[in-house]
Design a protein. Structure first.
Length: 151
């Protein structure tokens, strides 16, 4: 199981998700370009010293990430408000990568089309979305629960 961040824009959210990955033992893929300089300093405020324990793999662009994950046999599961399947109704696998999009605009249609599945978190009608780090924690926790991946 892995967590992927598609072109993250807000350093504290990225730091929080790196901390999440470190604490749960889940590697994190960061798909560039980022909306901020990629540096430890950018992540430290939210990630604290947990960032030092995160397993991070950087990808220069989505095409490179997608080729890598296919070669490694990973299935790509996108978390997006447009998903037709609730995240709790999806059958996760240990070879899944849970990917979240940009904070302001999500993922473009061509990236969504490259995913093996698109899931959504059910929410109260009329509300747009959750914070990306909160969404990552919700879906990653369900995926780990289903696959017995909790430490």
């Amino acid at each position: 199981m892995r967590l992927a961040l598609f072109e993250p824009e807000i350093p504290p959210n990225t730091g929080t998700m790196l901390r999440l990955g470190a604490c749960l033992g889940v590697p994190v893929d960061i798909i560039e370009p980022c909306g901020f300089p990629f540096s430890d300093r950018s992540f430290k405020r939210a990630g604290l010293d947990y960032v030092d324990f995160a397993e991070v793999k950087r990808h220069i662009e989505f095409a490179a990430f997608n080729a890598w994950r296919q070669a490694e046999g990973y299935r790509l599961v996108l978390v997006e408000t447009t998903g037709t399947l609730r995240h709790i109704d999806f059958a996760y696998s240990p070879k899944d990568i849970i990917m979240l999009g940009r904070e302001t605009s999500g993922t473009p249609p061509e990236v969504e089309a490259a995913c093996d599945a698109v899931v959504r978190i059910p929410m109260k009608p009329g509300l747009r979305s959750l914070n990306v780090a909160t969404a990552a924690a919700i879906v990653l926790s369900e995926a780990l629960r289903q696959t017995g991946g909790f430490l």
